[in-house]
Design a protein around this ligand. Structure first.
Ligand code: SAM
Length: 257
């Protein structure tokens, strides 16, 4: 197994906290280095570049799991027939090279504009090339799919207040929270999400972090004086390779003065 595969497999399984004995000291220090820097664009550019150079044909990389495991949590948010005239705005935040965004675009019965955004231009370019070559057809003819290089700590610079219906985050906040300098960025991203979501909108975070820790973090960090607060619920997604995964459902609520 190449260092990259191992890094990604291990990191994806448990944020890279467990290493197998077969790996050399060099690999484990490289892994530690990468895991501690999962908030950095350079880390992801390198990972996606190495990953794509290993094969001639493109393959989506999925953190934790793919669309099939989470579609029952996502698709119920995309059934509002009153939106038949306008596009529901969906953001896959930190999309990487996951097929999640394209799958939402393909399966949504209501018209959606799915934006897959990532800080890594390499991931964005790989996805753009992939969908151009594969020509994915949406369920609804008006639906749109786009890929965007964007630092999601600056979400509010790109989207207006109350402009998104659904934000999906599979592993992105986890990556930030586990990085040496990423916790502040994770809080920033959460607050930006609460700003750009409509009052009826939702943020879904898929994570392996225990509810005892994540619920408290979401409730505390989502609160901004004079701004928004986060109402949070949690559901179990299920167990995979001995790890339990959760869906944190966050909705914005204005803080009463
Ligand atoms: C753990 S991976 C998850 C990728 C993808 N969501 C999946 O399920 O496979 C985290 C992703 O977040 C991206 N990322 C990290 N910091 C970011 C930021 N500030 N803004 C946007 N994307 C970011 C990384 O480039 C990486 O693709």
């Amino acid at each position: 197994m190449s260092p990259l595969t191992h890094i990604l497999t291990t990191a994806g399984r448990r944020a890279g906290m467990v290493l197998t004995a077969v790996h050399t000291r060099r690999h484990s220090s490289l892994t530690t280095e990468l895991i501690e820097n999962m908030d950095k664009k350079a880390t992801w550019d390198r990972l996606y570049t190495e990953n794509s150079s290993r094969t001639t044909s493109f393959k989506n990389f999925e953190w934790f799991f793919g669309f099939d495991s989470v579609q029952d949590f996502i698709m119920p948010f995309l059934q509002d027939e009153s939106h038949s005239e306008s596009l529901l705005q969906v953001l896959d935040m930190g999309c990487g090279t996951s097929a999640l965004g394209p799958c939402i675009y393909r399966h949504s019965v209501v018209p959606v504009q799915v934006t897959c955004a990532d800080i890594s231009p390499v991931a964005v370019r790989l996805m753009q090339e992939h969908v151009r070559a594969k020509a994915i057809n949406p369920h609804h003819p008006s639906s749109l799919l786009e890929f965007l290089e964007l630092d999601c700590t600056q979400l509010h610079g790109h989207y207006g207040c109350s402009s998104l219906d659904l934000i999906v985050d599979k592993g992105t906040t986890d990556a930030l929270l586990r990085s040496r300098e990423g916790r502040g960025k994770a809080s920033q991203v959460l607050r930006q999400c609460l700003k750009v979501l409509r009052s009826s909108g939702s943020l879904l975070q898929f994570s392996d972090e225990d509810p005892d820790a994540r619920l408290l973090w979401l409730e505390t960090e989502g609160q901004e004086p004079g701004g928004m607060a986060a109402d949070v619920r949690v559901q179990e997604v299920g167990e995979l390779r001995g790890v339990c995964y959760y869906c944190y459902h966050v909705t914005p609520r204005p803080v009463e003065q």
